[in-house]
Design a protein around this ligand. Structure first.
Ligand code: ADP
Length: 430
């Protein structure tokens, strides 16, 4: 028995292996409470008699292995119970990965490296979250590798990152993001600079492998790699590149049989390619919706999230204090390239940017590279491979006084003075 989506306190009784799916209306909040039994949200267990709040646009599934009763209050767009969920298949996948970790432990080998692929909106990030949660609940220390530059679950959009998972995701806020390793990509689609995308994938793989060599738990825990929904052409090639860079053992293909067949054909035979259905609960998001989510992610970076408010700082930075670069020169015909230079070189080239009014609203990554590091003409080594230590947004540019005003999470001065420009903009309405 279950009620329809009301405005306050509707009770839902769920049978074993079913899930309650709901979406929060724009401008609304919904509260969820577990009344009895056991339930989880994307692999994180719910506590009894605790109220969980979900903001506008959230799309949530409360799943139960045994049975439970929950109550929902607030305005939902939809709320219904589904008996048709792929959770059992996801659990079996987890069990197979756990078996590999146990074997790795015994043989002093490394644990499973898993890549999750599929078109947009098939629940890739959700599957990653479920698998990471189940692993960490068993005491494993898996690593999340986030390669989705459009919708990163770890950092602001336009970045590629890795995060060691040490506890299950918070039901409302996701994984706790402490000390992630973040690289600057600069745009929300890999296609803007596929060379850079592949290069950063390799850099992340290298750092992860180095960590595995010195940290046994990280090595046994393995990694779960979330990828972009672009699965054709260079997007497909980027998946193949990623599989080889990380030496993945398992590829989980969500929903698309064609992609599954292509990967089976193109990856080495020892890679296990598995086709998994997507959940009927995954909702397609419009372009606008994706843009809003990206915006929200940047806003959270500066202003915090619900319970934890941050108070960002605004201050002036003299042009002479910083060096600003864009990665990648516009591509030019091969015949016009200087002798001995290839297109690769132009895509990975550091191009100095002289600050102008068009810099306003752009997000800039603050590189952790040494301030005195030599940067010769087009010499990008060092800067490309250096992680990011934070982000700022340019809120105003005064070309006469040669200063720009920036929004920063920390007070003046900037921790480092090498800035990388993103083609992502953020308008601070605060
Ligand atoms: P992808 O990574 O493939 O783009 P996501 O994992 O981000 O897809 O899922 C898209 C949206 O669907 C997210 O808002 C997620 O919370 C929601 N979602 C995923 N699984 C379910 C489900 N079983 N029921 C309801 N919503 C879901």
């Amino acid at each position: 028995s279950s009620g329809s989506a009301g405005t306050s306190g509707t009770r839902f009784d769920l049978e074993r292996e079913t899930e309650l799916r709901f979406e929060v209306e724009a401008g609304e909040r919904v509260q969820l409470e577990l009344l009895s039994g056991l339930a989880e949200v994307f692999g994180s267990e719910l506590n009894r008699n605790k109220k969980y709040t979900f903001g506008p646009g959230s799309k949530i599934a409360v799943f139960t292995w045994h049975s439970c009763s929950v109550s929902l209050s607030g305005k939902t767009e939809v709320a219904y119970i589904s008996k048709d969920t792929p959770m059992l298949l996801y659990l079996n996948t987890h069990a197979a990965l756990e078996q590999m970790r146990r074997q790795a432990e015994k043989d002093n080998e490394r644990g499973p490296r898993v890549m999750v692929v599929g078109p947009t909106d098939v629940g890739k990030s959700t599957v990653c979250r479920v698998l990471l949660n189940y692993a960490v609940r068993l005491g494993r220390r898996p690593t999340l590798v986030e390669l989705d530059v459009g919708q990163s679950s770890v950092s602001v959009p336009g970045t590629m990152s890795a995060l060691c998972i040490e506890r299950p995701a918070d039901v409302e806020e996701g994984f706790s993001v402490q000390a992630p390793l973040v690289f600057h990509f600069g745009s929300t689609t890999p296609g803007t600079n596929i060379k850079l995308y592949n290069k950063l994938t390799s850099s992340l793989a290298e750092v992860f492998s180095q960590r595995c060599e010195v940290n046994r738990r990280a090595s046994v825990g393995g990694c779960i790699i979330n990828t972009c929904g672009w699965v054709k052409g260079s997007g497909y090639q980027a998946l193949v590149h990623c599989a080889s860079a990380f030496q993945v053992d398992v590829v989980l293909v969500l929903d698309q049989e064609r992609l599954y067949n292509e990967l089976k054909r193109d990856l080495p035979h020892f890679v296990r390619v598995v086709l998994l259905p997507k959940s009927g609960g995954v909702v397609e998001r419009s372009k606008d919706c994706r843009r809003e989510t990206r915006d929200e992610k940047i806003r959270e970076y500066f202003y915090g999230f619900r319970g934890t408010s941050f108070y960002p700082h605004a201050f002036d930075v003299r042009f002479s204090e910083v060096r600003i670069y864009k990665i990648g020169a516009p591509s030019i015909p091969d015949s016009c390239l200087p002798l001995g230079m290839s297109q690769d070189d132009t895509q990975l080239k550091l191009v100095p940017v002289s600050p102008g009014r068009d810099l306003t609203h752009h997000v800039l990554s603050v590189s952790s590279v040494d301030d005195d590091a030599e940067v010769g003409a087009g010499q990008s080594r060092g800067i490309l491979e250096s992680p990011i230590c934070g982000f700022i947004v340019v809120t105003a540019v005064d070309t006469e006084a040669k200063v720009m005003t920036v929004l920063s999470p920390a007070p003046r001065p900037l921790p480092r003075h090498t800035l990388l420009i993103m083609d992502i903009r953020f308008i601070d309405l605060k």
